[in-house]
Write a protein that binds this ligand. Sequence first.
Ligand code: ADP
Ligand code: MG
Length: 713
Amino acid sequence: MQSVGVRSETTRPRRFAGTEPLSDAELGCAPVRYPKPAELTRTLSFAGGAKTLQAADRLGLNTVADLLEHTPRDRLEACAVAALAQGQPATILVEVKQITARPVRRRGMRPLVEALVTDGSGTIRATFFNQPWLADRYRPGARLMLHGRADGRGRFAVQAHVPTEQLPGTVAADGGVGVGQYPATDGISSTQILAAVREHEQRFADVLEPLPARLRVRERLLDRGSALRSMHFPLCDGAAEQGRRRLAYDELLRASLALEHHRRNRRLAGGAPKLDAGPALTERWLGAQLPFELTTAQRAAIQAIDADLAAGAPMRRLLLGEVGSGKTVVALYALLRAVEHGYQAALMAPTETLAEQHFRTIATLLGSETVTAGLLTGSTPAARRADLLGKLSSGELALVVGTHALIQEGVRFRALAMVVIDEQHRFGVEQRAALADSAPGALTPHELHMTATPIPRTLALSRYSDLDVTELRELPRGRLPVSTHLCCSEAERNRAYARMREEIEAGRQAFIVCPLVESSDELQARAATAEYERLKNGPLAGLELVLMHGQMRPARKQEAMARFVSGQASVLVATTVIEVGVDVPNATVMLIEDADRYGISQLHQLRGRVGRGSHQGLCLLFGRSDSRRLQALVRESDGFRLAEIDLTLRGHGELVGTRQSGRDFTHRFADLTRDQELQERALIHARRMLDQDPALASPEHALLAAMLTSVPA
Ligand code: ADP
Ligand code: MG
C-alpha cells in the first residue's frame, strides 16, 4: 500500500526543474485560462447612467477594448487635503475615519453618505450623493481615491471614488508612480475611467498578441496585454515606460510594414507613365494665368519634378517648404502635367476646409482652361458622389481634389498618373499609400508629398526613407516675415484689439484663434462661441465677425469661410480648424489666445496664415512672458530653425502643449524625438518579415496583416 502511495506521489507534477511536487492547493489554483478576445467587444456600461455613457462615447469608449486602449495621459500626484483649493476639481488619497448615512429632508432623495477622511495633511468631510450603500462598503480604515471639489467649508463633494487597494502600486505613499490621469471630458472624470478599467482588469489577458513570439522575445518586448496593463497600473517606476515602448513598437512596425509593402508593390507594379511631351497646357497656364512670377525655389522644384516625370520610374518626391512658400502652385503644376498627357490627377488634403480652398484656387488659377475637375469630401451628397465616382472610373474627370473621402471604398480611377498629398504629415502611412494604390492595375502613379513641418530624423527614417526631398526655403519676393509679439497684460490685450481695428480700417482682415479647451470638441466649440459673443459685443463691437469651429456642420463652415474669403466679414474667430493651409492673402493679423498651450511648429503654422499677400503680417501671441517657446517664435521666423529649437527645448523637458509633445499625429504611443532606435529596429524587422513572407500570409503574421489593412482613423 505504502509503495503505491509513494509511486503516485512521484508522478505528481513538479515545479519546473524542482524536486518538490506541487501541493493539491497549488494544483487546484493553477490558472488554466485561454484568452477570450470576444470579451473585448462587449459594450461598456457605466454607473453614472446615460450622461456618462454619452461622455464615454465622445471619448471613443464604447467597448471593453476601447477602454483598455485608453491609457492615462500622465500620472499626477494626488492633491494633499490641506492644499485643496475651493471649487477646483481635485483628486485626493485618503483614509476613512468615520462614515454615516444621513437622511435627507427633502422627499424622494436618498440618504446622503458622509465620511470624515484624512490623508495626514488634513481632514475633510467627503459627501457621496445618491449611493446610500457606500456607508456599508467603505468602513473606517478603508483607503480611497476620491475625485471631486472642495467647497472651502470643510466639505468635499465626491464625483468619483475608487478603493485604493484596487490600485496596486499606483498610489505608493511616497509618491512613486502616482495616479493615472486619463483623458476625460465633461460628464466622465478620470477617476470614473480608472474605476471602469479596474472593473475590467481581467480582460487584459484577452488582448490579442499580434507579434510573432520569436520577434517579441528577441526584442524583449512585453506582450500587448501586459503592456497595456502596465500603462494603466505600473507596478514600479519604469513599468509604464516599458509598456509604452511595446505599444510604440507596434505602431512603428505597422507603419514600417505599410511603407515597405507599398514600396515593394510599386517596384513590382513596374513603370509609371512617362510624362515628357511638350508642356502645352502648363506652359500656357504658367505664362498667362498666374498672377505672379515664380520664385527661384519654385522653379527649381518644377524642374526637379519634370526630370522625375520624364524618367519613366515613379516619382516619389517630398516638397518640404516653409509656410507660405507657395507649394500649391508647384502641386498644381504636377497635377496639370499629368492632365495634359491625358491622365488623371488627384490632390488629397487633410481637412474639408483646405480641400475646398484648393478646389477654388485651382478653379481660379486655371482661368479659362477647360479641365474637368471635381471635389470629393465627406460632406459631398450621395448623388453627387456617385456621379463623381462614375466619372473617375470612366476617366471623364481629369482632376479630383478631396479629403480622406478619396481613399474610401469604391473610389476607382481609370488612369491615375499623379497623386499629390498636401500637409502630408497629417496622414498615416497607410492612408498616404492608399491613394496611389487605387490606380488601376499596371499603372503606378507619380507621387508628390507636401509638408511645411520639418522633421526629426526618426520621422524621416520612418516615413521618407524612399522619398527624394526638395526644399522650398525661399518666400515669394517682397514677403516680409510675420512680425510677432507677445502680449501678457490687460493693457497689451487692449492695444492688440486696437491694432487689429486699425488693420481692418485699412481694409485688411484678421484671424482670432480661440482659447484652447482640451477635454472635448463640444466644450471647445462652446468656448469658441462664447469668445465670439464676447468679442462681438465688447472689444470688437461694430466689426463683421464670423465664427468657425469643428462642431459646425460642413455647410455652415463653408458659409463662414466664404464670408471671410469674400471680405464680407473682416474677422474670423476660429479654433485650430484653420491651422493648416488656409490661404486668405488679405488677412494680416492673427491673434492667438492661450498661445503657450500650443507647440512651436503648430504656432508657426498658425501664424503662417497671415502675411501671405503684399502687406506685412502681424501675429499677437497671448501667453506667459517666460515661455521659452513663445520667445523663440518672437525671435525666429525660419521654420527649420524653429524646429531645431523645439527639439532642444523638448530635450530639456520644458512643458509643452500636449497636442504636439513630440508625438507624431498618427502615433499615439511612439515618440519620435525619443524612439529613434526603436524605429530603426522596427524598420529592419519589417524588411526582414517581408523578405520571408511578402504577403504576410503565414499564420504567425495573420494578426499583424489584419491590423495593417485597417486604415487608422
Ligand atoms: P504654402 O506653401 O504654405 O502652401 P501657398 O501655396 O498657399 O503656400 O501660397 C501662399 C500664398 O502665396 C498664396 O496666396 C499664393 O497665391 C502666393 N504665392 C505663391 N507663389 C507666389 C509667388 N511666386 N509670388 C507671389 N505670391 C505667391
Ligand atoms: Mg499649403
